[in-house]
Write a protein that binds this ligand. Structure first.
Ligand code: UD1
Length: 468
């Protein structure tokens, strides 16, 4: 077996990966062999050689313009918002919509030692993030008399615990054939100086998830795209595990997407300040694309229009809608999605099998981003939403100034209190209130249901037909 593996690694100079082979027991040998066989070493070599010709972001940023978009507060149309909403409801009712939730990230910044979706979030209920999303899907299912399938992407780091969690909790109410948990692929990290693949220990490569763009290959390899086609699901709503305010399967976005015959649509917010840590949705040579916040030069981010608003105003909240045929076509093109390089600290061993705890960014990780499909899409559509209605990401642990669970919880309470007040309910300032999707999914649904003149003075959870 060793000889076969050597033949695999030698052509690209990675034979150090077998340096401890003779010291490994049988199981460790099999596991290392499987890892080595799963790596495309020619691809790694190509990615390393492309290092010299890496994207020049300042050139791209100079060409970037604000994207054509359906903006808040501007009269747009046709179609009108009413027509778009009706079209979105029709697509939902006809069973053509599926949802994909990417939850393969390791959530290192949050410091929660489990998959992020298991984070207990509900401001009153303590529902987990997974529940926050699934409850919306179930409520939409009742409203439109459909079972919306959920495709949930994990990574090797989050897979088993996520599967166990859903099994132990009756799939949170989803039917067995409605939940599809699939695991994304991995890529090895390489030494920044030498390009050698790093070893996590004698018998293991330093592997990490291949980015949320890995969703495309994972959906395709797992035959999920085929299954969607067979089930008549031609529209896929995409969202991230870290945003409890996401309007899952938002009919308005689905409607605009459908009426424009868009292949990929995306929801954005107006950036509140130049350095906000969100990707920048821009147009370059007529194509919509996203420049990540870490890649956009600060001078480009800070440029303003004559009225003082940001020139590159559109912030990515990672809510997209895909046409499934577009995903199928893209999956057939091996390199539809480029790899991005990230310099990271990667714990590894050296040639003496000593553990190295790097003090700097010693490794290069390669990740694909799903939003790089935007420039390939015909009729990419951009729609603005107000962040108070749709975006409160949880990225950082307690004590951080931004993007914490506490801030997201406050944003959720504020939104639900606004819905209640608009329906004539008195809600004391700062009082925790939470509305479960089985009670209402929108301000309009609260207004139809809530008892007129209700006065709230204690934390209240609206669920099913009433409040508790
Ligand atoms: C991401 C976006 C950024 C956007 C912001 C909104 C990227 C590169 N950047 O930033 O443009 O403004 O969200 O909140 O996406 N994930 C996987 N597998 C992976 C890596 C990530 O499933 O291999 C999932 C994570 O679980 C998470 C999401 O992708 O749900 C975002 O990942 P993260 O690395 O946290 O992105 P950000 O840098 O926060």
């Amino acid at each position: 077996m060793k000889q076969r593996l050597l033949e695999r690694v030698e052509p690209t100079g990675q034979q150090h990966l077998l340096g401890f082979w003779d010291e490994l027991d049988g199981d460790a040998k099999s596991s290392l062999a499987a890892q080595i066989e799963s790596v495309d070493f020619a691809l790694i070599e190509r990615l390393l050689s492309e290092q010299q010709s890496a994207t020049d972001w300042s050139v791209l940023a100079a060409k970037a313009e604000s994207p054509p978009a359906i903006r808040l507060g501007q009269v747009v149309g046709p179609p009108s918002a009413g027509d778009a909403n009706a079209a979105g409801e029709q697509v939902l009712r006809s069973g053509r919509v599926g949802a994909v939730l990417v939850a393969g990230g390791q959530g290192t910044r949050l410091g929660f030692p489990h998959p992020k979706g298991m984070f207990p979030f509900g401001p009153v209920s303590q529902r987990t993030l997974f529940q926050m999303f699934v409850d919306q899907l179930l409520a939409l299912g009742c409203q439109y008399d459909v079972k919306i399938p959920l495709y949930l992407m994990t990574s090797p780091a989050t897979h088993d615990e996520t599967v166990d969690y859903f099994e132990a909790n009756d799939r949170l109410g989803l039917a067995a054939n409605q939940l599809h948990i699939f695991c994304q692929g991995t890529m090895p990290a390489v030494d920044r100086e030498t390009g050698k693949v790093l070893l996590a220990d004698q018998g293991q490569l330093a592997l990490s998830p291949d980015g949320h763009g890995g969703m495309l290959a994972a959906l395709s390899d797992g035959a999920h795209l085929e299954a969607m086609n067979a089930a008549g699901v031609d529209t896929l709503f995409y969202f991230q595990v870290d945003n409890p305010l996401v309007n899952v399967c938002d009919p308005l976005l689905l409607g605009y997407h459908t009426l424009a015959q868009s292949q990929m649509s995306t929801q954005v917010v107006a950036k509140r300040y130049a350095e906000e840590r969100v990707g920048n949705v821009v147009a370059i040579d007529g194509q919509v694309r996203i420049i990540e916040y870490s890649d956009l030069p600060p001078e480009a981010a800070a440029q303003c229009n004559a009225n003082g608003t940001l020139r590159l105003w559109a912030g990515n909240i990672a809510v997209h809608v895909f046409s499934v045929p577009f995903l199928c076509d893209s999956a057939k093109t091996a390199n539809a999605l480029p790899f991005h390089r990230a310099y990271k600290r990667v714990a590894c061993i050296n040639q003496h099998a000593e553990v190295v705890e790097p003090d700097g960014e010693n490794g290069v990780k390669f990740e694909r981003f799903i939003f790089d499909l935007l420039p390939l899409a015909k009729h990419a559509l951009v729609m603005e939403v107000d962040p108070v209605d749709a975006f409160a990401p949880i990225k950082n642990g307690p004590g951080s100034a931004k993007d914490t669970a506490l801030l997201a919880s406050q944003a959720t309470v504020d939104l639900h209190a606004r819905w209640l007040r608009a329906a004539g309910v008195t809600v004391a300032d700062g009082l925790p209130v939470e509305i479960h999707p089985s009670y209402a999914l929108s301000a309009a649904q609260v207004a139809q249901k809530v008892r007129p003149g209700l006065h709230l003075s204690e934390p209240t959870y609206f669920f099913g037909d009433g409040e508790a």
